[in-house]
Design a protein. Structure first.
Length: 144
């Protein structure tokens, strides 16, 4: 049975391969996920990957998780941070995603094998969900 880290690496690798297949001149086109472009989506994934890594680091340090309230708090965060992506480049987004991946994998290494936190929803199922969006957009946009 694959470990959380195995699933995370599998999905991250698939995401990187998929991103590499998109011509850079097309990464700003909206419509990949709602109005978001590939660039926006990469910034989004990097943001949440860093957020997950920070949560794991807090847990390892014995610190409590922040209270985010109930309901769709994550939508409020997406709406708050999304405008910051427009001024940043796709290369910045890819670097942030690579750095966030390293940070997240490093944080996971801090947990014992039998005490791995459940990060599926925040990581590989999140990536897989957006990979569907990217593949759909590529097909609709005529990108092989």
């Amino acid at each position: 049975m694959p470990t959380a880290k195995d699933e995370l690496i599998r999905s991250m690798d698939e995401l990187q391969v998929t991103l590499a297949s998109i011509p850079e001149e097309r990464v700003d086109e909206p419509g990949v996920c709602g109005d978001w472009s590939v660039k926006d989506l990469v910034h989004h994934l990097a943001y949440w990957e860093n957020d997950t890594a920070e949560g794991l680091e807090r847990k390892l340090a014995g610190q409590p998780e922040p209270d985010r309230g109930d309901g769709d708090w994550w939508l409020l965060i997406n709406d708050a941070v999304a405008p910051t992506w427009t001024t940043r480049s796709y290369q910045d987004a890819r670097r942030e995603l690579t750095d966030a991946r390293a940070r997240l994998l490093n944080a996971l290494d801090g947990f014992k094998a039998d005490d791995q936190p459940d990060v599926a929803e925040e990581t590989w199922t999140h990536y897989d969900e957006h990979l569907v969006d990217i593949h759909r957009w590529k097909a609709e946009s005529g990108i092989a």
